[in-house]
Design a protein around this ligand. Structure first.
Ligand code: ZN
Length: 292
């Protein structure tokens, strides 16, 4: 009897909503291989698109060609796209009122199904013996096509307050010296949440297993969530690893800019202090949250 194929787990979320922490908790468990944001792998190889802040290096600190994991597939990445392109969020939201809207997106070459297949082939090449593959690509459209291609996919949607996500994006932009408008960010995270909801519906029509995970819950009791998601009992040494965010042993693509530091896991509630002084933004955020 052959071993069953690794379980494919996709993390779907907005940026700055705790998905990298979730990915890291899962990735630290025995037998699990996490690619990080797999859709950005080809871009990291070509040094194009997101990733300039860390010179498109793998979390192990070297470039894709020199990494002990990704070098196995590096030469094939030139003509193996991993990113599934799609129209902007607002256009997608308009389309989402139509039946089968994701399968009727404007055609591209190679097709979205082929790109999803590329991603799975890469996982198969670099980690054929893993029990689980974790892909934290986050993107909703990519989630749909990956779930269709993978057959045994499980989609984890990170559910976090829109106000918390917008505030985290705001802080991030300020740190980078970029201009940031809180109302614009709140609308952006709201639209992203609507899109995740519309894609979730389509995934469920496909019969794909979709789980919503509250950020606050998995940060506060990670063992319970990790054990449920991976469907196994955790060993004492695995439980010990769940106390920290630590990417030092991983070969992960992208993630948060602070991903290279090992730190203790803790709930970030700083957004509550911010909004307690900004009553208009707080009211706007709360109103948008009720509409998702
Ligand atoms: Zn590496």
């Amino acid at each position: 009897m052959t071993d069953p194929a690794p379980r494919y787990i996709y993390i779907l979320s907005d940026k700055r909503s705790g998905s990298t922490v979730l990915e890291n908790l899962l990735a630290q468990m025995d037998g699990v291989f996490s690619s990080g944001e797999l859709r950005l792998l080809q871009g990291h190889y070509l040094k194009k698109g997101a990733g300039e802040d860390w010179n498109w290096n793998c979390t192990c600190g070297v470039n894709i060609q020199d990494c002990e994991i990704w070098s196995r597939v590096a030469s094939s990445l030139v003509d193996k796209p991993t990113l599934i392109p799609h129209p902007p969020v607002q256009q997608l939201l308009k389309r989402s009122k139509q039946p089968a809207w994701l399968d009727s997106l404007p055609e591209i070459h190679p097709t979205r199904n082929q790109i999803a297949q590329n991603c799975l082939e890469i996982l198969q090449d670099v980690a054929p013996n893993a029990s689980h593959w974790i892909d934290s690509s986050k993107d909703p459209v990519q989630a749909y096509f990956m779930a269709k291609a993978a057959k045994n996919a499980r989609i984890l949607i990170v559910d976090r307050s829109l106000r918390a996500i917008a505030y985290s994006k705001y802080k991030h932009k300020k740190r980078k010296g970029e201009s940031a408008s809180m109302p614009k960010l709140l609308i952006e995270v709201y639209r992203n949440a609507l899109l995740r909801k519309a894609v979730k519906k389509e995934l469920e029509l496909l019969g794909v297993e979709v789980r919503l995970l509250r950020y606050e819950d998995f940060i506060q009791s990670p063992a319970q969530f990790v054990s449920q998601i991976l469907e196994k009992q955790l060993s004492p040494s695995e439980l010990d690893r769940l106390k920290y965010f630590d990417m030092s042993l991983q070969h992960s693509i992208a993630g948060t800019p602070s991903r290279f530091d090992k730190k203790e896991l803790k709930l970030d509630e700083s957004w509550r202090v911010y909004y307690s002084k900004k009553t208009f933004f707080n009211a706007l955020g709360a109103w948008l949250e009720r509409r998702v």
